[in-house]
Design a protein around this ligand. Structure first.
Ligand code: 5RP
Length: 238
């Protein structure tokens, strides 16, 4: 419950960045859902008239449409993307994402966005990625068992993500997801690079995409704003 307060506070804070006429990337997950609701509320109150959205999953698209937001295809650069994360490593602003299974679309939308903004509760902040949560990896369904065994060959513990009844979880792109347990002995960036280089691997949930800022909510509803020190296009830096 208190984590919900934190997520709500972070989502509400980030929505102030949206301006009329923007195309907004909507992330997937419980925190991103709070942002969707806050954005829809601003539209409903006529604070924003011309906002279009790009969704990173079928689930968030359905929620956004139900809330009266307009969803469009991703065709080009977008103004801003706001998404949650499973872990945020500081001070590098690197992320693990994908426990919600939407990592591929999330990474595409993040890269398409001029401004990539993360909203989390304070429990997501870590010094080092991959110790507490696995690194999600989406692999092509054709030959998935072989690709999975090749990942195991790197010496990491890995499992196909599955539902409680044992079925493999399948992403919106029709592919299985393998959760890789990196642990303290290895480096997530390095392992992600090795895994991504394999034929049959689509993408990993390691994000070294330019994050502009992170809104961190706490269980009392306060929000801290952390701005990344350097960005290629000069945004940020305060
Ligand atoms: C989905 C994601 C989510 O952003 C991540 O899992 C965080 O979710 P939540 O806000 O529910 O904790 O990467 O693929």
């Amino acid at each position: 419950m208190s984590r919900d307060v934190a997520k709500l506070a972070a989502g509400n804070a980030a929505v102030a960045l949206v301006e009329d006429g923007m195309t907004v990337g909507l992330g997937t997950g419980s925190t991103a859902a709070m942002f969707v609701d806050a954005l829809a509320e601003r539209v409903k109150r006529h604070e924003l008239r011309e906002v279009t959205c790009v969704a990173t999953s079928e689930l968030v698209a359905a929620r956004a449409i139900a809330m009266g937001l307009k969803i469009v295809e991703l065709r080009d650069q977008i103004d801003i993307a706001v998404d949650g994360a499973d872990e945020v490593a500081l001070p590098e602003f690197r992320l693990i994402k994908g426990l919600g299974g939407a990592l591929v679309r999330e990474k595409i939308v993040a890269e398409a966005a001029r401004r990539f903004v993360i909203i989390v509760d304070s429990e997501k902040l870590v010094d080092r990625l991959g110790i507490y949560v696995p690194l999600p990896v989406e692999i092509v369904s054709f030959g998935a068992e072989r690709t999975y065994r090749r990942i195991l060959g790197l010496g990491v513990e890995a499992r196909f993500r599955s539902c409680p009844e044992g079925r493999k979880v399948i992403s919106d792109n029709g592919n299985p997801i393998v959760d890789c347990y990196i642990g303290p002995e290895r480096d997530v960036a390095g392992m992600s690079g090795l895994i991504r280089a394999m034929t049959g691997v689509i993408e990993t949930g390691y994000f070294d995409t330019d994050v502009e800022r992170v809104f961190v909510g706490d269980d009392e509803g306060n929000v801290r704003q952390l701005v990344a020190p350097t960005r290629k296009d000069g945004v940020g830096g305060c």
